[in-house]
Design a binder for this molecule. Structure first.
Ligand code: UDX
Length: 436
């Protein structure tokens, strides 16, 4: 099927490459010329496992192209809208300017019978507004939210847990849903559930899913606070809770909390939209979820300060990790970098390392020191903080080897990802989050 993907960021670039890999004929459109050139050369503009291979395969097969011109999307049967919806400046609400600009630019190219499938995460009610805007072109609007995780984006796009399509319950809506069934036939034949809803429910599924995940993470981090006050161990607690199949262990990873380009801004936008709808109190707990999350960053900084007996100025601190999570070079709202920046703000000599995110981190925070090699970051450190649970730190860093490099054997495990006993046995003072 001929399709366009409008917006080639984390979501759109992966979606375009994945759709080409399913055999579709895809044109990716972006206003950023440099990004279009990079993608056209078969280079992923950000770190995402498997994306480069998928891009190259699509380009070589002639099924994937990129362009800055919306005109090139004119013969597409489906237009996927995948532009960003960042947090608005000085507000919690989503900034919809890119959605509106993309729809306006697409309007002259929409043909009767074509489908505009929204993938961007939007406040409930946006799809109906977009449908209103395109009425008169003969095109149909559906909403088809994306649930991909960075680092697993290719996997999540090709084999998602579920496909949700929201559409109006009328002949045009049903035709559009059938077209989307054709788009995703390879996935549904492999067993992926295909759920059809109205427009508002499809938009809400995405917001609610992210709100639930954020709440689950903050729940265990709230338990970490209680564990700290009572001498319990939150990781053992999470293991025990997780065996209850109604609860499950996933997203009970305690530590410095969630960040990234989605969860933080999505829960704020969700709460802001609920306020607009006069139902702010229904999701008032999301403010608390946000507050618990941010408190964990304070806690990690405090652990380092306490471990150094309050003597932070001029002390060398190795910060292992900058990305908001492993398998990503994304530093948007990264708890890891936030901890590094705060320690620097207290006067510490902070040295940051990360396997993928150093360039992005150095551009955003030139005041920090950076080392490509982990061992160089560890050298002469008075304390070490692990803030992103890359395998390079979690599995591959030997406490004995690290002990030979540092000045002070103090390790703060901001992700509860290290084997505490192994580090203590090697002579380190180990501090976890919500652990004795
Ligand atoms: C998230 C959603 O998972 C995805 O469905 C949605 O489409 C976009 O937002 P992503 O931002 O890629 O995906 O990251 P995710 O893997 O969910 O992790 C988010 C943050 O939560 C990270 O900072 C991670 O370190 C943190 N996290 C995750 C925890 O602190 N504990 C956990 O147990 C899990």
């Amino acid at each position: 099927m001929r399709m366009s993907v409008i917006g080639c960021g984390y979501l759109g670039a992966v979606h375009a490459a994945a759709m080409a890999s399913l055999g579709h004929d895809v044109i990716g459109i972006d206003v950023d010329r440099e990004r279009v050139e990079t993608l056209s050369a078969g280079v992923a503009p950000f770190y995402e496992p498997q994306l480069t291979e998928l891009l190259r395969a699509g380009l070589e097969a002639g099924r994937l192209r990129f362009s800055t011109s919306m005109t090139d999307s004119a013969d597409a049967a489906v237009h996927f809208l995948a532009v960003g919806t960042p947090q608005a400046p000085n507000a919690d609400a989503a900034d919809l300017r890119y959605v509106d600009a993309a729809v306006d630019a697409l309007l002259p190219h929409l043909r009767p019978g074509s489908v505009l499938a929204g993938k961007s995460t939007v406040p409930v009610g946006t799809a109906a507004r977009v449908a209103e805007r395109v009425s008169g072109t003969g095109a149909t609007v559906v909403w088809n939210p994306e649930f991909l995780r960075e680092g697993w984006a290719v996997h999540d796009t090709i084999t998602p847990d579920r496909i949700v399509v929201g559409a109006a319950d009328d002949p045009a809506g049903r035709r559009a849903v059938d077209l989307l069934r054709d788009v995703y036939r390879a996935s549904t034949e492999a067993g992926t559930p295909f759920l059809v809803t109205d427009l508002a429910t499809a938009e809400l599924v995405k917001g609610a899913a992210n709100a639930f995940l954020a709440t689950k993470i903050s729940f265990i981090n709230a338990m970490a606070e209680i564990a700290e006050a009572s001498g319990a161990d939150v990781t053992l607690l999470a293991d025990a809770l997780g065996h209850d199949t109604r609860i499950g262990r996933r997203y009970l990873g305690s530590g410095i909390g969630f960040g990234g380009g989605c969860l933080p801004k999505d829960i704020r936008a969700f709460a802001a939209r609920a306020e607009e709808l006069g139902r702010g109190s229904a999701v008032g707990f999301l403010r608390e979820v946000d507050a618990i999350n941010l408190r964990r960053r304070d806690r990690a900084v405090q652990l380092v300060v306490d471990a150094l007996d309050g003597q932070v100025v001029g002390r060398r601190i190795a910060v292992l990790g900058a990305a908001f999570k492993p398998f990503s070079d994304d530093i948007r709202d990264s708890p890891a970098l936030d901890v590094a920046v705060r320690l620097r703000g207290l006067g510490a000599d902070v040295v940051v390392t990360d396997p993928a995110a150093l360039d992005n981190a150095a551009t955003a925070h030139p005041q920090l020191n950076y080392r490509v090699e982990r061992d160089e970051a560890l050298r002469d450190a008075d304390a070490v903080v692990v803030v992103t649970e890359w395998d390079e730190y979690r599995r591959e860093m030997s406490p004995q080897h690290a002990a030979e490099l540092v000045t002070g054997r103090i390790i703060v495990d901001g992700r509860n990802c290290l084997d505490a006993a192994a580090w203590r046995d090697a002579g380190w003072t180990y501090y976890g989050m919500g652990r004795r």
